[in-house]
Write a protein that binds this ligand. Structure first.
Ligand SMILES: Nc1ncnc2c1ncn2[C@@H]1O[C@H](COP(=O)(O)OP(=O)(O)O)[C@@H](O)[C@H]1O
Ligand SMILES: [Mg+2]
Length: 223
Protein backbone atom coordinates (compact mmCIF):
# COMPACT_ATOMS: atom_id res chain seq x y z
CA UNK A 1 0.00 0.00 0.00
CA UNK A 2 1.45 3.29 -1.09
CA UNK A 3 -0.44 6.47 -0.29
CA UNK A 4 1.07 9.77 -1.28
CA UNK A 5 0.14 13.43 -1.00
CA UNK A 6 -3.32 12.70 0.36
CA UNK A 7 -5.50 15.71 0.99
CA UNK A 8 -8.86 15.61 2.68
CA UNK A 9 -11.05 18.43 3.96
CA UNK A 10 -14.53 18.54 5.38
CA UNK A 11 -16.88 21.43 4.88
CA UNK A 12 -19.56 21.92 7.50
CA UNK A 13 -21.70 25.01 7.81
CA UNK A 14 -19.44 26.99 5.52
CA UNK A 15 -16.35 26.13 7.57
CA UNK A 16 -13.58 24.08 5.99
CA UNK A 17 -11.44 21.74 8.09
CA UNK A 18 -8.27 20.59 6.35
CA UNK A 19 -7.74 17.22 7.97
CA UNK A 20 -5.06 15.64 5.80
CA UNK A 21 -2.58 17.92 4.06
CA UNK A 22 -0.29 15.94 1.86
CA UNK A 23 -0.07 12.82 4.02
CA UNK A 24 2.25 10.03 2.83
CA UNK A 25 2.22 6.45 4.04
CA UNK A 26 3.78 3.32 2.65
CA UNK A 27 3.01 -0.10 4.10
CA UNK A 28 4.87 -3.23 3.08
CA UNK A 29 3.00 -6.47 2.84
CA UNK A 30 3.06 -8.21 6.22
CA UNK A 31 3.96 -5.07 8.08
CA UNK A 32 2.28 -3.99 11.32
CA UNK A 33 2.23 -0.25 11.81
CA UNK A 34 0.64 1.88 14.50
CA UNK A 35 -0.70 5.38 13.92
CA UNK A 36 -0.67 7.71 16.89
CA UNK A 37 -1.95 11.25 17.02
CA UNK A 38 -4.08 13.57 19.08
CA UNK A 39 -7.85 13.33 19.03
CA UNK A 40 -9.21 15.10 15.96
CA UNK A 41 -5.92 14.81 14.06
CA UNK A 42 -7.51 12.69 11.32
CA UNK A 43 -6.69 9.10 12.25
CA UNK A 44 -10.16 7.74 11.52
CA UNK A 45 -10.31 9.82 8.34
CA UNK A 46 -7.04 8.23 7.20
CA UNK A 47 -8.34 4.69 7.81
CA UNK A 48 -11.55 5.50 5.93
CA UNK A 49 -9.61 6.71 2.91
CA UNK A 50 -7.18 3.78 2.85
CA UNK A 51 -10.04 1.31 3.21
CA UNK A 52 -12.12 2.83 0.41
CA UNK A 53 -14.90 3.94 2.75
CA UNK A 54 -14.40 7.59 1.90
CA UNK A 55 -12.63 9.45 -0.88
CA UNK A 56 -9.58 11.67 -0.78
CA UNK A 57 -9.83 15.12 -2.37
CA UNK A 58 -6.49 14.55 -4.08
CA UNK A 59 -3.43 12.35 -3.91
CA UNK A 60 -2.79 8.73 -4.75
CA UNK A 61 -3.62 5.51 -2.90
CA UNK A 62 -2.13 2.52 -4.60
CA UNK A 63 -2.90 -0.98 -3.38
CA UNK A 64 -1.29 -3.96 -5.12
CA UNK A 65 -0.85 -1.90 -8.27
CA UNK A 66 -4.41 -0.58 -8.41
CA UNK A 67 -5.31 3.03 -7.79
CA UNK A 68 -8.10 3.50 -5.25
CA UNK A 69 -8.67 7.13 -6.13
CA UNK A 70 -9.72 6.17 -9.67
CA UNK A 71 -12.16 3.46 -8.69
CA UNK A 72 -15.90 3.81 -9.15
CA UNK A 73 -18.41 2.91 -6.43
CA UNK A 74 -18.72 -0.70 -7.50
CA UNK A 75 -15.00 -1.29 -7.66
CA UNK A 76 -14.50 0.34 -4.29
CA UNK A 77 -17.17 -1.81 -2.74
CA UNK A 78 -15.50 -4.89 -4.15
CA UNK A 79 -12.12 -3.70 -2.90
CA UNK A 80 -13.51 -3.31 0.64
CA UNK A 81 -15.15 -6.71 0.52
CA UNK A 82 -12.22 -8.63 -0.83
CA UNK A 83 -9.14 -6.92 0.49
CA UNK A 84 -9.91 -5.16 3.75
CA UNK A 85 -10.93 -6.09 7.27
CA UNK A 86 -12.17 -3.19 9.38
CA UNK A 87 -12.15 -3.07 13.14
CA UNK A 88 -14.19 0.06 13.87
CA UNK A 89 -13.85 2.12 17.01
CA UNK A 90 -17.51 1.59 17.85
CA UNK A 91 -17.58 -2.05 16.70
CA UNK A 92 -20.46 -1.75 14.17
CA UNK A 93 -21.98 -5.09 15.06
CA UNK A 94 -25.41 -5.92 13.64
CA UNK A 95 -27.71 -6.01 16.69
CA UNK A 96 -30.13 -8.56 15.25
CA UNK A 97 -27.40 -11.10 14.51
CA UNK A 98 -25.65 -13.33 17.05
CA UNK A 99 -21.90 -13.09 17.65
CA UNK A 100 -21.38 -16.08 15.35
CA UNK A 101 -23.56 -14.59 12.61
CA UNK A 102 -21.78 -11.25 12.86
CA UNK A 103 -18.47 -12.97 12.26
CA UNK A 104 -19.91 -15.03 9.40
CA UNK A 105 -21.21 -11.88 7.78
CA UNK A 106 -17.66 -10.63 7.35
CA UNK A 107 -16.83 -13.68 5.22
CA UNK A 108 -20.01 -14.07 3.24
CA UNK A 109 -18.75 -12.09 0.28
CA UNK A 110 -15.55 -14.02 0.00
CA UNK A 111 -15.18 -17.20 -2.01
CA UNK A 112 -15.50 -19.56 0.92
CA UNK A 113 -18.25 -22.14 1.18
CA UNK A 114 -20.83 -22.35 3.97
CA UNK A 115 -18.98 -25.00 5.98
CA UNK A 116 -15.70 -23.16 5.92
CA UNK A 117 -17.40 -19.93 6.95
CA UNK A 118 -18.96 -21.69 9.95
CA UNK A 119 -15.68 -23.29 10.98
CA UNK A 120 -13.71 -20.08 10.67
CA UNK A 121 -16.31 -18.11 12.60
CA UNK A 122 -16.14 -20.61 15.47
CA UNK A 123 -12.35 -20.78 15.36
CA UNK A 124 -11.80 -17.02 15.44
CA UNK A 125 -14.36 -16.46 18.17
CA UNK A 126 -12.57 -19.10 20.20
CA UNK A 127 -9.23 -17.43 19.54
CA UNK A 128 -10.50 -14.15 21.02
CA UNK A 129 -11.91 -16.04 24.01
CA UNK A 130 -15.58 -16.05 23.00
CA UNK A 131 -16.09 -19.69 22.12
CA UNK A 132 -18.97 -19.83 24.60
CA UNK A 133 -20.68 -16.68 23.29
CA UNK A 134 -21.28 -17.74 19.67
CA UNK A 135 -25.05 -17.55 20.08
CA UNK A 136 -25.18 -14.39 22.18
CA UNK A 137 -26.50 -11.15 20.70
CA UNK A 138 -24.47 -7.93 20.93
CA UNK A 139 -26.78 -6.48 23.61
CA UNK A 140 -26.03 -9.51 25.80
CA UNK A 141 -22.29 -8.87 25.59
CA UNK A 142 -20.09 -6.40 27.46
CA UNK A 143 -18.33 -3.62 25.54
CA UNK A 144 -15.08 -5.55 25.61
CA UNK A 145 -16.78 -8.71 24.34
CA UNK A 146 -18.46 -6.79 21.51
CA UNK A 147 -15.11 -5.39 20.56
CA UNK A 148 -13.68 -8.90 20.45
CA UNK A 149 -16.51 -10.02 18.15
CA UNK A 150 -15.60 -7.11 15.86
CA UNK A 151 -11.97 -8.24 15.94
CA UNK A 152 -12.92 -11.84 15.15
CA UNK A 153 -15.13 -10.63 12.28
CA UNK A 154 -12.30 -8.69 10.66
CA UNK A 155 -9.61 -11.32 11.19
CA UNK A 156 -11.73 -14.32 10.12
CA UNK A 157 -11.93 -12.83 6.65
CA UNK A 158 -8.16 -13.18 6.49
CA UNK A 159 -7.94 -10.15 4.22
CA UNK A 160 -4.77 -8.66 2.77
CA UNK A 161 -5.07 -5.63 5.01
CA UNK A 162 -6.58 -4.95 8.42
CA UNK A 163 -7.49 -1.38 9.35
CA UNK A 164 -8.17 -1.04 13.05
CA UNK A 165 -9.34 1.94 15.10
CA UNK A 166 -8.40 1.48 18.80
CA UNK A 167 -9.01 -2.27 18.42
CA UNK A 168 -8.34 -3.12 22.06
CA UNK A 169 -9.63 0.08 23.67
CA UNK A 170 -12.20 -1.85 25.69
CA UNK A 171 -10.45 -5.11 26.48
CA UNK A 172 -8.34 -5.77 29.56
CA UNK A 173 -4.58 -5.84 29.46
CA UNK A 174 -4.15 -9.59 29.51
CA UNK A 175 -6.66 -10.13 26.70
CA UNK A 176 -5.07 -7.31 24.77
CA UNK A 177 -1.72 -9.13 24.80
CA UNK A 178 -3.32 -12.33 23.57
CA UNK A 179 -5.22 -10.54 20.77
CA UNK A 180 -2.09 -8.75 19.62
CA UNK A 181 -0.35 -12.14 19.61
CA UNK A 182 -3.07 -13.53 17.31
CA UNK A 183 -2.59 -10.59 14.96
CA UNK A 184 1.16 -11.09 14.93
CA UNK A 185 0.70 -14.73 13.97
CA UNK A 186 -1.59 -13.76 11.09
CA UNK A 187 0.94 -11.21 9.97
CA UNK A 188 3.70 -13.85 10.00
CA UNK A 189 1.72 -16.76 8.57
CA UNK A 190 -0.58 -15.08 6.07
CA UNK A 191 1.46 -11.92 5.46
CA UNK A 192 -1.50 -9.79 6.43
CA UNK A 193 -0.78 -6.07 6.71
CA UNK A 194 -2.01 -4.17 9.76
CA UNK A 195 -2.56 -0.47 10.24
CA UNK A 196 -3.63 0.14 13.81
CA UNK A 197 -4.75 3.44 15.27
CA UNK A 198 -4.22 3.63 19.00
CA UNK A 199 -3.41 5.93 21.88
CA UNK A 200 -2.10 2.98 23.80
CA UNK A 201 1.70 2.93 23.88
CA UNK A 202 1.58 -0.62 25.30
CA UNK A 203 0.77 -1.77 21.77
CA UNK A 204 3.96 -0.31 20.34
CA UNK A 205 6.03 -3.35 21.31
CA UNK A 206 4.02 -5.43 18.84
CA UNK A 207 4.67 -3.02 15.97
CA UNK A 208 7.25 -2.93 13.21
CA UNK A 209 6.88 0.82 13.16
CA UNK A 210 5.00 3.69 14.76
CA UNK A 211 3.99 6.77 12.77
CA UNK A 212 2.59 10.01 14.09
CA UNK A 213 -0.19 12.02 12.51
CA UNK A 214 0.27 15.68 13.17
CA UNK A 215 -0.91 18.78 11.29
CA UNK A 216 -2.28 16.62 8.51
CA UNK A 217 0.93 14.73 7.79
CA UNK A 218 2.49 11.47 8.89
CA UNK A 219 5.86 11.55 10.59
CA UNK A 220 8.27 8.81 11.60
CA UNK A 221 9.34 8.87 15.21
CA UNK A 222 8.14 11.51 17.58
CA UNK A 223 9.51 14.47 15.60
N1 LIG B 1 -17.83 13.46 8.22
C1 LIG B 1 -17.25 14.56 8.73
N2 LIG B 1 -17.77 15.79 8.50
C2 LIG B 1 -17.18 16.88 9.00
N3 LIG B 1 -16.06 16.88 9.74
C3 LIG B 1 -15.50 15.70 10.01
C4 LIG B 1 -16.06 14.47 9.53
N4 LIG B 1 -15.29 13.45 9.95
C5 LIG B 1 -14.29 14.01 10.66
N5 LIG B 1 -14.42 15.35 10.70
C6 LIG B 1 -13.49 16.29 11.35
O1 LIG B 1 -12.20 15.99 10.88
C7 LIG B 1 -11.25 16.04 11.94
C8 LIG B 1 -10.56 14.70 12.09
O2 LIG B 1 -11.48 13.73 12.53
P1 LIG B 1 -11.09 12.20 12.78
O3 LIG B 1 -10.50 11.65 11.54
O4 LIG B 1 -12.29 11.53 13.32
O5 LIG B 1 -9.95 12.36 13.91
P2 LIG B 1 -9.37 11.29 14.94
O6 LIG B 1 -9.85 9.94 14.53
O7 LIG B 1 -7.88 11.45 14.86
O8 LIG B 1 -9.88 11.69 16.28
C9 LIG B 1 -12.02 16.48 13.16
O9 LIG B 1 -11.87 17.88 13.30
C10 LIG B 1 -13.43 16.10 12.84
O10 LIG B 1 -14.34 16.95 13.49
MG1 LIG C 1 -10.98 8.51 15.52
Amino acid sequence: MDASSINKSYVTGGETTHVLRGADLKLDRGEMVMVMGPSGSGKTTLLNLLGGIDRADSGSINVDGVELTRMGRKELSRFRREKVGFIFQFYNLIPTLSAGENVELGMEYTMKGRGEIRRKSARYLEMVGLGDKMNSYPQELSGGEQQRVAIARALAKEPAMILADEPTGNVDEEREGSIMGIMQNLKEELKMTFLIVSHNSRLSRFMDRVVYLRHGKLHDGRG
